[in-house]
Design a protein around this ligand. Structure first.
Ligand code: RAT
Ligand code: ZN
Length: 418
């Protein structure tokens, strides 16, 4: 491939042909029942759209929360899709999903038609079709062993599903030990609020038992912008003496998503979280002090992204992934991805969907392909200009590395079970 036209075409074709692994979602395998959200009412009541609703109508949050789910969806459709042009990233996403299923994308009647369509779908088949349309082979879930709705389903034994991987989510343990240790105790572990050596051993036993039960591909926690490590805190002790040793034992990475400011505006609930710049020295300390652990990391603040790339150049046990939440907009994805390629080559994971509602993977992955195509094509054009040839096979290998292999290798997906 020598000219930019053929490079662009090849990149687009290869992006289209390769099935990606969606390494972080809030989707659930069907055996976890009602936890898995899908359909048009869920799409419309996504918290990204709820945040936008309150900016474009007079409905107060208290009034909105008093409505039923279909009424909330109706309010959002009317405000953001009928009375306004749905140009924001999340609003456009709903349009793209409806369009992917050949449903009308405008007018008051469109919602009723979409509801009818989704009501007719059989979940298992529908998941297969959605993954096909999204161009993904698997999705990684977020599974919380202390969620009262989820834990009993795992404890009763759920079968593995070929399209879904589990993740052991630690937020309740690491971010709320003082409120949640009693729930760990209630499951038969001798723990208490104060972390003695014996308590930490019991937390390790709890995590190990859940690793055996869930077979997670990694453990994960979402952390505030104020995250510090090391420090004199329960979280720091739990990380050093329970979480990281068990990750090492089970040969799985720890995923850290850093930079959320929880409940900046509690009145709008899940939509009320914000963003703050994190201190990356904490991440540096983790990577250096735990060289035998692997860290799969996403940062929420745009202002952290350059120093994050610098840090990843220092530590091979650090894998940057995704443009998360407020960063998942084409203008910002473009900037971050170019920066990452320029500083890290192909040794990072460009994106995950963070989908909370099944069909969102369709628009989120379509957008990723659309944004990534010109960036990758430009990268190869520069290389050709500088004197190298680029083949279709190389493009295929690079895209496979970015969207599959980097994760498979880092999470040790095909490693022997310990
Ligand atoms: O992106 C989101 O939907 C956020 O609400 C969070 O769930 C975040 O992705 C997380 O995993 O903490
Ligand atoms: Zn998430």
């Amino acid at each position: 491939m020598e000219n930019s036209g053929s490079i662009r075409q090849t990149v687009e074709q290869e992006l289209e042909n390769i099935r990606f692994i969606d390494i972080h979602t809030h989707l659930f395998k069907p055996s976890l029942g009602a936890l898995g959200l899908w359909g048009v009412d869920e799409l419309l009541t996504y918290h990204y759209l709820e945040a936008e609703l309150f900016r474009s109508c007079d409905l107060k949050p208290e009034q909105y929360w008093d409505l039923s789910k279909p009424q909330r969806a109706q309010a959002i459709w009317k405000t953001l899709f009928v009375e306004n042009t749905p140009v924001s990233e999340s609003a456009r996403g709903v349009v793209a999903v409806l369009n992917a299923f050949g449903l009308p994308t405008e007018g008051k009647e469109a919602l009723a038609e979409a509801r009818k369509f989704f009501a007719e779908q059989k979940l298992e088949e529908h998941i297969g079709r959605v993954f096909e349309l999204a161009g993904i082979s698997e999705a990684v879930m977020t599974n919380d062993p202390l969620d009262p709705n989820e834990a009993p389903l795992w404890e009763a034994g759920t079968s593995e599903h070929p399209l879904f991987h589990a993740v052991l989510r630690l937020d309740r343990i690491l971010e709320g030990w003082s409120e949640n240790w009693r729930h760990v105790e209630a499951k038969g572990y001798k723990v208490e609020a104060c972390l003695s050596g014996k308590v930490l051993a019991e937390v390790r036993r709890f995590l190990s038992d859940w690793c055996v039960r869930m077979r997670p591909v990694y453990m994960a926690v979402s952390l505030p912008d104020t995250f510090q490590f090391p420090e004199e805190s329960t979280r720091s002790h739990l990380l050093s003496n329970a979480v990281l040793p068990v990750c090492h034992e089970f040969r799985i990475p720890l995923s850290l998503m850093i930079g959320v400011r929880r409940q900046v505006n509690p009145a709008i609930r899940l939509a009320g979280d914000g963003v703050g710049k994190a201190d990356l020295r904490s991440l540096e300390n983790l990577c250096r002090n735990f060289p035998n652990n692997r860290f799969l990391v996403s940062l929420l603040s745009r202002e952290n992204q350059h120093e994050f790339c610098v840090l990843a150049r220092k530590f091979r046990n650090l894998m940057p992934f995704g443009c998360w939440w407020f960063l998942n907009n084409p203008s910002i994805v473009e900037e971050i991805t170019r920066e990452r390629i320029e500083m890290l080559g192909m040794s990072f994971i460009p994106q995950h969907s963070d989908a909370r509602v099944l069909e969102q993977v369709i628009y989120k992955w379509r957008n990723t392909r659309r944004t990534l195509a010109p960036i990758l094509a430009n990268t190869y054009s520069l290389l050709v200009e500088d004197g190298r040839t680029v083949t279709r096979e190389q493009v295929r290998a690079d895209i496979t590395r970015l969207f599959r292999k980097n994760f498979e290798n880092f999470a040790c997906i095909n490693c022997p079970i310990p």
